[in-house]
Design a protein around this ligand. Structure first.
Ligand code: PEP
Length: 244
């Protein structure tokens, strides 16, 4: 079902003490009841953060999941394992993993399937590089990434995922796509998803902050945000969630 979501990707940041402080600060905040708020700590901290959150208004997600169910995959974490730690969401195919771990569109789709089999909502990330945008290839790159999901997921499965459009050039750079640039891509994704499109929440990610969130959220196909840097500050993250 299409819902409003604000997801914090903590990336490889945090410590037992910092996590406690951050979740403590978030629990003091009030979030709009129509917005689902998710925090995604590093895997090793999932049990701690799930315990700290321990309430309905903030959900916990992971930053990655294995494309396999179990077995000889050293260093990977299975979806079934994430589920044991109250994990409701998992980010898959973040551009940092596509780049540094060479994750392909096929692997990203397989990860989505593993998550779905374990009742975890995958947040599948897509996005173009600056070079691709400058060459006018944005929509074709995104379309190829979305097509890999369409080919491997059933329509019901597609309806259960979340997609995050994250232009690579806007991640951690302070550059944000204009609301119109983001809307153009979101509309194209929704159209490509055909009948499933109206059920899928589409998030925008890339230097989202309190100052630009409200304008992004006015766009008709933007259902929320995947937030990196600003999710490490409780005031900023809360302000983004309250920008709907
Ligand atoms: C991200 O990592 O998904 C992200 C969007 O990061 P930032 O908000 O820092 O650009």
């Amino acid at each position: 079902m299409r819902r409003s979501l604000v997801v914090g990707n903590w990336k490889m940041n945090g410590s037992l003490v910092q996590n406690k402080d951050l979740v403590g600060a978030l629990k003091q905040k009030s979030f709009p009841s129509n917005v689902e708020v998710v925090v995604c700590p590093p895997t090793v901290y999932l049990p701690q953060v799930a315990d700290l959150v321990n309430e309905d208004s903030i959900c916990v997600g992971a930053q990655d999941v294995s494309h396999q169910a179990n077995g000889a995959y050293t260093g990977d974490t299975a979806a079934e394992m994430l589920k044991e730690f109250a994990c409701q969401y998992v980010i898959v195919g973040h551009s940092e993993r596509r780049e540094y771990q060479r994750e392909s569109n096929t692997t990203v789709a397989e990860k989505c399937l593993q998550a779905l089999k374990n009742n975890i909502t995958p947040i599948a990330c897509v996005g173009e590089s600056l070079e691709q945008r400058e060459q006018g290839a944005t929509l074709s790159v995104i379309s190829e990434q979305i097509q890999a999901l369409i080919e491997r997921l059933s329509e019901d499965q597609l309806k259960s995922i979340v997609i995050a459009y994250e232009p690579i050039w806007a991640i951690g750079t302070g550059l944000t796509a204009t609301p119109e640039q983001a809307q153009e891509v979101h509309a194209a994704i929704r159209e490509q998803l055909a009948d499933a499109g109206s059920s899928v929440s589409l998030l925008y990610g890339g230097s989202v902050k309190a100052a630009n969130a409200a304008e992004l959220f006015t766009q008709k196909d933007i259902d929320g945000a995947l937030v990196g840097g600003a999710s490490l500050d409780a005031d900023d993250f809360c302000a983004i969630a309250n920008s709907f």
